[in-house]
Design a protein around this ligand. Sequence first.
Ligand code: COA
Length: 647
Amino acid sequence: MSNYLYVVKKLNFSKFDSKMLRAGYKVCGPKSLFLKPYASSFELSAHYVSANTAANVQNLPRLPVPKLSDTLDKYLKTVRPHLNDTEFSQTTKLVKSFESGEGKQLQSLLESRAEKHLNWLEEWWLNTAYLEYRDPVVVYSSPGLVFPFRKFNNQNDQLQYAAKTLLAVLEYKALIDGNKIPVEMMGKNPLDMSQYRKIFGTCRIPGEKRDKLSYNDSKYVTVIHNNHIFHLDLWGEDGVRLNEDQIKDQLKKVMKLSETATDKGIGILTSENRDTWAKAYNILIKDNLNRESLADIEKSLAVLCLDAPVDLWKCPDKNARQNLAAAQTIHGGGSNSNGCNRWFDKTVQFIVGADGITGLTYEHSPAEGQPIAVLTDYIIQYIEQDKKSPTQSARPKEPVLLKFAMNNEVSEMINNAKTNLNRLADNLELNCFTYDKYGKNFIKTQKMSPDSYLQMAMQYAFYRLHQTPGAHYESAATRMYVGGRTETIRSCSIESIEFAKTMLNAQSSPKEKIQAMKNAINAHKNYTVQALQGYGVDRHLLGLKLTALENGIEVPKLYSDAGYIKSAHMRISTSQVACKCDGFMCYGPLVANGYATCYNPRDNDVNFATSSFASNTETDCSKYRTALEQSLQDMHDVLLQNTQSKL
Ligand code: COA
């Protein structure tokens, strides 16, 4: 019972609320105490609640369905930069007829769905954005997160760091399980914390047409070395947790058992197109040994990849190291590097490379980047504190090599997967860098929102490079709602294009430039505030489309119109993933002729990870990076010029 009390108090359920009663809470004892009937599931199985989102444990508000007319007005504004006058008048007509016609019926059906679901979007989003998406998770969906670089001089350094990482993970998991992670706030609004419960023990399982997620709680990790896969218990037979030296010893044994790399590493299959992997998976699980080994990986807490060296310290500079590390965390450098030393279906795989690349790859479907970034800061701080483990098991369990039955069919699948991964890896151009001229502090002194400012720098960079508006996706967290994930901020606006044009016009005065910058930043901030509250354009339009599909209603023409297609073809795919340490998240572009830009704005610098596809002739990642740096410099200079002229 005391545990329940703790949950309730921790989540700050302090006042009586009739909504809580309707949500199934019971008043127990003092009026301030509310208990959910299935609170025991919450305690017994950490993943039950989050996996089903059947519960509104934090009693958060529900994601609203915006008014149709509001969304359509907003939509028309966002399509404007991408259309000529004729196209725009065509789109406007279509929107009006949608609003008074089929849109009305779809809106009403969507509103009924919203009454029946705690979050009308959650399941749809999980399926359409992730589980039904058939391209490989590698490059197309799973981000990498690069930790600050380390210099490992020998195997002992690498394994010590790996052992510390695992201990940090266990400490963090204990905090999650004990509801001790402070509830994050956005202003006065608490955010949905359920994503934290999905980080460990989760695995994506391939399925034809749609994958699924499996949630487990366990006391071991999967370790991969030289493409061999091991089960490593972190608690001994006496039920006591291993300490740092003991984990290090176990990892040494893993290395000893896998001194030679195998070219039959089964993990490479997880980098395949999802239908291809699903077919292979169904073949594999016909065999008992394979089925057991696969289940073992799926149920582990996380994966630890002990990677081969990649000449990190032969890189000429930090920039080259950042690119190398980004590639290692996104795709493992292909099959000839560490690409086979992975299990890409696992929500988190920690990477500890022999010469000092450290970081993680995360499978995106259960959680956004922000909880993963918070975990990263925790791990980095934990390692720096160099805490000594309080426990020592008297009887650690030996690591176990997971075996797979191989036949010609499986070997061929592995070879194909290698070819495909190498193609993917070769096609991803990365340009990651620290912009160190200034960071959030300078932007704040200008009384501007750092995020909106950086977004406008990207708009300006794209326009300067391509002389055309770039449809631009930024994730905004909708975690103030139960089960909330993200809404799209459409960063390309009439104002952002006006800003880029004004900056590029040699005739514009500094005053005009600054005014255009402020207009663009304010327009972006305004959209951001709405998106954070669930009043963007994209999720609502998606909801209406899926409502049509589910109810056998023809998908309205609005969705095949130039306005929709061009404004949703996100040539700039961006996300702020903020961590305190000198790390960064990185991922691939959303469309063939696009760029990705993930950024970590810190007080005095910004880490950027940009990427594009080498095969595309329209894009060039290094030119985009240069344009971005130039844009940041121009914006800074014009602002400073203004400040100085005021003095
Ligand atoms: N003058 C001075 N300071 C200002 C300012 C202004 N006009 N506007 C904002 N600031 C300050 C803020 O108070 C804040 O201060 P803090 O550093 O003390 O917290 C800081 O600048 C940053 O604010 P801002 O840049 O405006 O936005 P943000 O950091 O809140 O980020 C989003 C905006 C949309 C990125 C964020 O809300 C969000 O949703 N993040 C999650 C994105 C996500 O899901 N990513 C992962 C996808 S996988």
